[in-house]
Design a protein around this ligand. Structure first.
Ligand code: PHE
Length: 355
């Protein structure tokens, strides 16, 4: 038997046995390593006579390939055996309950603030912010609210010091003052945020939310105010027609002042906004008082405009059918899960403005 044939037969036999990956590696080195049996046969080619060379080389190549193929298939065999063993040992119990997956929800108030901001930003309002802790001047005095005004009563306002200079803002109107003090007219802003009053029952919470609106320019009239609010309410409630009523009212910082009611009816136990003969108050508004403009150094003979303050929680309750205001602030996870919004699936009139 030629050397080549012997190598081949010996090794094919070895490769039939039960082997580990380490054994295979050893065989590989023995055959194809630097001084391996096959490698040294290749080195021989140079010294073989011309007549034998071709035959020897082709036989050597065939044997080399055969052994290599055998080694490769043996490696595959060993690897898949190992995987199978592993799978048998580490089997997955598909009857186990899944791990709980908790997805956060957007609070209805945050959602409503987003919607309000989106709607107003489309008609040219920018969003301003002010602090929850205000000074007495911005919250009252600059807003033409004299010292003896009932809104300053201890029962309504949370004062933070004995001198009553610092307080939790009772409305978002001080943001009007802050905005007009830091810039020059025209102004066209909304200011959503938290507000505080010492009051608590099913429809009042000591902390609640308002959105302030302020539009000051040359020739702004009550007509603009009505048009703007009408547009907003229709967009917000996603209705084509809305019944609105401007009722004369009083705020120290607007003249004339009005409260706005919207029409609704109860159909099949549900509140339908826009039609009907019942009225619901949703906001206060008016033309900014010249004294307010004077306090912030805006020339009221040249500039004028309107302001409004809307109760955000009220709007959220109406739109999303929530009947107890206090639930908003109870931090009950089950409630939020039910009334909250999926961050990836927000309602239709959300226009993508971020908080
Ligand atoms: N600040 C008023 C309130 O809290 C609402 C309001 C704002 C009224 C702006 C008129 C103009 O009741």
């Amino acid at each position: 038997m030629s050397d080549l044939k012997k190598i081949k037969d010996d090794f094919l036999l070895k490769l039939e046995k039960k082997l580990s990956l380490a054994d295979i590696n050893e065989i590989k080195t023995n055959l194809f390593g630097k001084n391996g049996l096959i490698s040294s046969q290749f080195k021989k080619i140079g010294s073989i006579s011309e007549s034998e060379k071709r035959k020897f080389a082709s036989e050597l190549n065939l044997i080399k390939n055969e052994l290599q193929n055998k080694i490769n298939s043996k490696i595959n065999e060993i690897q898949s055996e190992e995987i199978n063993k592993k799978l048998e040992k580490e089997n997955v119990d598909i009857t186990l309950p899944e791990r709980t997956f908790v997805q956060g929800k957007i609070h209805p108030v945050s959602q409503t603030i987003d919607e309000i901001s989106s709607i107003f930003s489309e008609i040219g309002f920018s969003v301003e912010e002010g602090p929850d802790v205000e000074n007495e001047y911005n919250n009252f005095t600059a807003l033409n609210t004299p010292d003896n005004h009932p809104a300053r009563d201890m029962h309504d306002t949370f004062y933070l010091d004995e001198k009553k200079e610092k307080l939790l803002r009772t409305h978002t109107s001080p943001v009007q003052i802050r905005t007009m003090l830091k810039d020059k007219p025209p102004f066209k802003i909304i200011a959503p945020g938290r507000t505080y009053r010492s009051d608590s029952d099913q429809t009042h919470s000591p902390m609640f939310h308002q959105v302030e609106g302020l539009h000051i320019d040359k020739n702004i009239t009550m007509g603009h105010l009505k048009g703007c609010l009408n547009y907003f309410i229709k967009e917000f409630f996603e209705v084509k027609k809305i019944k609105m009523r401007f009722r004369p009212s009083h705020f120290p910082f607007t003249e004339p002042s009005a409260e706005v009611d919207i029409g609704y009816e109860i159909k099949d136990g549900k509140m339908v906004i826009g039609e009907g003969d019942k009225w619901l108050e949703i906001l206060g508004c008016g033309m900014v008082h010249p004294n307010v403009l004077k306090n912030v150094k805006v020339d009221s003979s040249n500039y004028q405009g309107y302001a409004f303050g809307i109760g955000i929680d009220r709007l959220a309750m109406l739109k999303y059918g929530i009947n107890d205001l206090r639930a908003f602030f109870d931090c009950d996870y089950r409630w939020l899960n039910h009334f909250g919004f999926d961050p990836l699936d927000v309602p239709t009139n959300y226009r993508g403005l971020s908080r």
